[in-house]
Design a binder for this molecule. Sequence first.
Ligand code: FEO
Length: 170
Amino acid sequence: MLTPEITKLLNDQVNAEYFASNVYLQMSAWCEINGLEGSAKFFRAHSLEEREHMDKIFDYMTECGQAVSIEEIPKPPAEYGTLMDVIKGAYEHELKVTAMIKNIADTAFSTKDYTTFNFIEWFIAEQHEEEVLFGKILDKAKVLGFDGQPGQQLHIMDNYLRFAEGNASK
Ligand code: FEO
């Protein structure tokens, strides 16, 4: 049985992961239309990952006998100046999600809801991975002296992003 406080936090997280999925889908659309196929592929795959995160929390709530409420999802940002703005936007977005996940962990632990605490640990590890992933993409941009402007570095960054999940785990 979930407390009303934990139920609300988990439900907010379901909706936040849904929003995140749309944020990355919109980023993918921006990349596609700007000739960045590698980046588009990366953000499309990431959008699906966020949808899986949503499903995971959805399943946990229903397993606990708690109905999920899908709320109105805000429109994600659609206008970006450069690929660098997209990457920075993704990194900042992940930092916000990490704060939400840590708040769930804090609340679960302090209210002795060890089942939810155990469940949310997976997301703590996942957020660490995602921060590392986007952090390494930002590091690569720095190494290249990439500022988002068209040219050879943009082409290299687009190719790096195509394989970014694998590159980051090296
Ligand atoms: Fe589901 Fe990228 O946080």
